[in-house]
Design a protein around this ligand. Structure first.
Ligand SMILES: *Cc1c(COP(=O)(O)O)cnc(C)c1O
Length: 369
């Protein structure tokens, strides 16, 4: 991790301290308030719980430190993505989205944006490199893509999107702002599911939009207030607590993922392994340039649906669940959701278990069939 990111990670742990008065709790209080004392509106720090409240603002302060941008928090990643899309599109707009990215974004676009008159164009992550963005209003990207882990060059795609007059929205969920910084590479807005690694304990949904353009982020904030997609104070507190250990967890997760990817790739039963940090991966060169770490997600194929299901159920240290970024390693066969991947394709999220016991469990599960 770069020095500036280490500085951010350190500052994050002390971000509350500057504002503390003698006797204040060091930990963040949960403020469950819908209404506030309001003898008059002018000068009130808080007005009504849909407009803003202290516990989410504390998370937004943490995220703002990491993103180096204004951040608006949401009750889930999809709420954040919806806000970014509804804040930037109108009838007649053309939206470019990845055909191989997070599938709910595509379902939302087809089910709700198309009926409102938005033209939605789906293209594969690898085709962003030479796609003509003429006429696009928003180029939405996700890299590495979930679940295929294809990588695109954010700076290059953003420059061409801007030249065509489009805004760029980047879903940075798989990387987090500690590992990849789309705003520094030209994206106008970042969206992310903090449900994953930032919250990190598989017990809360949360999301955020980050941006450096005041008007754009103002529209996102308006969307939250008017649509009512506001996080709860307890959920915000959980995320605040999770983010305090994000840098520490990511360090272990990424280091283990690098070793496991290498060992899995060399295993005779494993095929088509994708991990951006392997020198043999087609995305290695771009990944090395634009990411501060290679992440904790690995994609690979076993022979068949049966082999993949057997591996997942036999490995005692892989929780079978959808989602990723938790303290425990987890995995699933993505074809069960209709992703366009081979029946034996597994997306593995490496957790914070010590490496060798985790690898031993995987190796044993691989010899079972
Ligand atoms: C999980 C995920 C989302 C959605 O987040 P939720 O908190 O589940 O709504 C969006 N994008 C990506 C890449 C994801 O992995």
């Amino acid at each position: 991790m770069s020095h500036s990111m280490q500085d951010r990670a350190a500052a994050l742990l002390h971000h509350r301290a500057a504002g503390l008065k003698k006797g204040d709790p060091i930990s963040l209080p949960i403020v469950p308030a819908a209404t506030f004392h309001l003898p008059e509106v002018a000068g009130a720090a808080h007005i009504y719980g849909r407009n803003g409240m202290a516990t989410w603002e504390a998370v937004e302060d943490q995220l703002a430190l990491l993103e180096d941008a204004a951040c608006v928090s949401f009750p889930s990643g999809m709420a954040a993505i919806s806000a970014a899309l509804f804040a930037t599109l109108k009838a007649g707009s053309r939206l470019i989205i990845p055909a191989d990215g997070y599938y709910v974004t595509r379902v939302l676009s087809a089910g709700f944006l198309v009926p409102f008159g938005v033209e939605v164009v789906e293209i594969a992550t690898r085709d962003y490199a030479d796609f003509d963005f003429s006429g696009a209003s928003v180029v939405y990207l996700e890299t590495p893509s979930n679940p295929g882990l294809d990588v695109m060059d954010i700076a290059e795609v953003s420059a061409r999107a801007h030249a065509a007059g489009a805004l760029v929205i980047a879903d940075n969920t798989t990387m987090t702002p500690l590992l990849q910084r789309p705003l520094d590479l030209g994206a106008d807005l970042v969206v992310a599911a903090d449900t994953k690694a930032p919250a990190g304990h598989s017990d809360v949904l949360f999301g955020h939009v980050a941006g450096r353009d005041a008007a754009l982020i103002g529209r996102v904030r308006d969307w939250r207030r008017l649509s009512g997609a506001v996080p709860g104070p307890f959920e915000a507190w959980q995320v605040h607590r999770g983010i305090e250990t994000l840098e520490l967890r990511l360090e272990r997760m990424c280091r283990s993922a690098g070793v496991i990817a290498e060992r899995l790739a060399a295993h005779p039963k494993v095929r088509h392994l994708r991990y951006p940090g392997l020198a043999s991966d087609p995305s290695y060169a771009i990944s090395k340039r634009q990411m501060a770490g290679f992440g904790f997600l690995i994609g690979f194929e076993l022979d068949s649906e049966v082999a993949a299901e057997k591996f997942l159920s036999d490995c005692g240290y892989i929780v079978q669940s959808t989602s990723f970024g938790g303290t425990h390693s987890s995995g699933e066969r993505r074809a069960r959701w209709g992703d366009k991947v081979a029946p034996g394709f597994i997306r593995l999220s490496v957790g914070i278990e010590p490496l060798e016991p985790l690898w031993a469990a995987m190796q044993a599960a691989l010899t079972d069939f």
